[in-house]
Ligand binder design. Structure first.
Ligand code: TYD
Length: 135
């Protein structure tokens, strides 16, 4: 899958003096049905997470709190996206290598996934990813 399809998507933001509200509808704001939600938090300073690719899973990552960088890689070109607001997120199609880094203190990264958890969907070895037939 092309790196060009990996993109920041802005979400609705309902501004109110009592506080802001943002929402996501699967298939409406993001191009897949949401099957799973998980979040990454309490990441110690300097830690890197998520060095892998998914064969089928598409995902959408939002920094609900704090900030982090997501580096996406198609085996040839790398692109880094900074997530630091809860009213936008990064859509990552299947088949791209990615990792997350530079987590700020108390950051929370929410990941919406198009699939249930399946370990066989992961490619965790970068050398294997490089020779994996990209669709
Ligand atoms: P992993 O996806 O490797 O984390 P990261 O990419 O952020 O470093 O998942 C870490 C562990 O958690 C791994 O043993 C699989 C397990 N896991 C689940 O059981 N269910 C899930 O939905 C996720 C995302 C991970």
């Amino acid at each position: 899958m092309s790196l060009q399809n990996c993109k920041i998507i802005n979400l609705p933001k309902i501004e109110d003096p009592q506080g802001n509200l943002t929402f996501i509808e699967g298939e409406n704001h993001i191009p897949f049905i949401i099957k799973r939600v998980y979040w990454i938090y309490d990441v110690p300073g300097g830690q890197v997470r998520g060095g892998h690719a998914f064969k089928e899973q598409q995902e959408f990552i939002v920094a609900l709190s704090g900030s982090l960088d997501v580096v996406v890689d198609n085996g040839k070109v790398k692109k880094s996206f900074s997530l630091n607001r809860s009213y936008y997120g990064l859509y990552i199609p299947h088949g791209l290598w990615r990792h997350m880094q530079n987590f700020s203190t108390n950051s929370v990264a929410m990941v919406l996934s198009s699939t249930f958890f399946t370990e066989t969907d992961y490619i965790r070895d970068y050398e294997k990813y490089l020779v994996w037939p990209k669709k």
